[in-house]
Design a protein around this ligand. Structure first.
Ligand SMILES: NC(=O)C1=CN([C@@H]2O[C@H](COP(=O)(O)OP(=O)(O)OC[C@H]3O[C@@H](n4cnc5c(N)ncnc54)[C@H](OP(=O)(O)O)[C@@H]3O)[C@@H](O)[C@H]2O)C=CC1
Ligand SMILES: O=C(O)[C@@H]1CCC=N1
Length: 301
């Protein structure tokens, strides 16, 4: 029996921890391509997402001297980057940028966008990460060879995912540059139907917030169940992070990984009866993603 039990354990281990080697040839490639960018990369807007991109680029070897950051109220972190050679709010002419990455709020772009025009030459690549802001609007407000992209904040640690679409005026060289800038922060999916961008924004752009909310609420529920607050926060954080890492490394899909936690008649099944019941997470998530998709469409107006 013992033999068969350890056989089962081995099976289970194979199923649960079927870990693929973390290889990221794209990362190596993007490092090379980032080094190949000649000319300035200008980031307009170094708020939360702009800063995440900046951190990702620098970590993956983009020469700080190539970076120009335009940000009216730079955070201390962004100010500190100036000592590494980044040009922050330069007063002298920067000339035409090789790439301009626009990370200002979509609601302000109509006012702030036209001021970016002097940075654009005929070959300048424009990458916009603004939610809801269409290629047509970008073209109208500032022009350029436009790639519309939707990254997410795990970009700061090279574990983001970006969905991108290129306007027809974008040539192969500009496409490769956009791919290198985006891929330096994680995975990239190119699409050719811009209408998908609203749902993309609702799933992966906003998605990290849903996951962080899960950690917050799991901790809160732990406190309600009697745990000290600091222990509950640690358990929730490590559980979300560890589960995310397992999902990342495993070949198994999320549903199988979930089933592997759920012993018949056990504690997880009791919890999932609530979470997967009527008006449970399925319904909540569908409503949340629909609301975000609708908001993205509204931002386009
Ligand atoms: N946060 C996220 O997870 C994601 C955000 N995005 C997109 O990224 C963009 C930025 O979002 P987020 O970082 O959250 O927002 P933030 O408000 O944190 O960042 C925007 C930054 O742009 C600055 N800014 C305002 N005017 C100008 C200007 N004229 N020139 C340069 N910078 C200016 C803002 O300054 P001030 O605050 O003083 O106005 C602010 O620091 C948005 O378009 C959003 O849709 C996309 C994917 C994910
Ligand atoms: O909340 C927002 O509008 C932005 C876009 C996706 C994530 N943050």
């Amino acid at each position: 029996m013992a033999g068969s039990k350890s056989g089962n354990d081995a099976d289970l281990r194979d199923r649960v921890v079927s870990v693929r080697q973390v290889r990221n040839p794209a990362m190596v490639e993007s490092r090379a391509s980032l080094a190949n960018i000649s000319g300035a990369v200008v980031l307009a807007g170094a708020g939360k997402m702009g800063n995440a991109l900046l951190t990702g680029w620098l970590a993956r070897g983009l020469d700080p001297k190539r970076l120009v950051v335009i940000e009216p109220y730079p955070s201390d972190d962004v100010r500190a980057l100036a000592s590494r050679g980044i040009r922050l709010n330069p007063t002298e002419e920067t000339g035409e940028a090789a790439a301009l990455v626009i990370a200002v709020k979509p609601q302000t772009f109509g006012d702030t966008g036209p001021a970016l025009r002097p940075l654009l030459g005929r070959s300048t690549l424009v990458v916009s990460i603004m939610a809801g802001t269409t290629i047509a609007k970008l073209d109208m407000v500032c022009g350029g060879n436009i790639v519309r992209a939707m990254p997410n904040t795990p970009a700061a640690i090279g574990r983001g995912i970006t969905v991108a679409i290129a306007a027809t005026s974008v040539n192969d060289k500009q496409h490769a540059m956009a791919d290198a800038l985006l891929r330096a922060t994680g995975a990239v999916e190119w699409i050719d139907d811009e209408a998908l961008m609203d749902a993309v924004t609702a799933v992966s752009g906003s998605g990290p917030a849903y996951v962080f909310l899960l950690a917050e609420e799991l901790a809160r529920a732990g406190v309600s169940a009697g745990l000290p607050a600091d222990l509950a926060a640690k358990l929730a954080r490590e559980t979300v992070a560890g589960s995310g890492e397992l999902l990342h490394r495993s070949d198994l899909d999320a549903a199988t990984l979930r089933r592997n936690v759920t012993s018949p008649g056990g504690t997880t099944a009791a919890a999932l009866d609530i979470l997967m019941g009527e008006q449970g997470l399925k319904d909540l998530m569908a409503r949340a993603v629909a609301a975000a998709t609708k908001r993205s469409r509204e931002l386009a107006k």
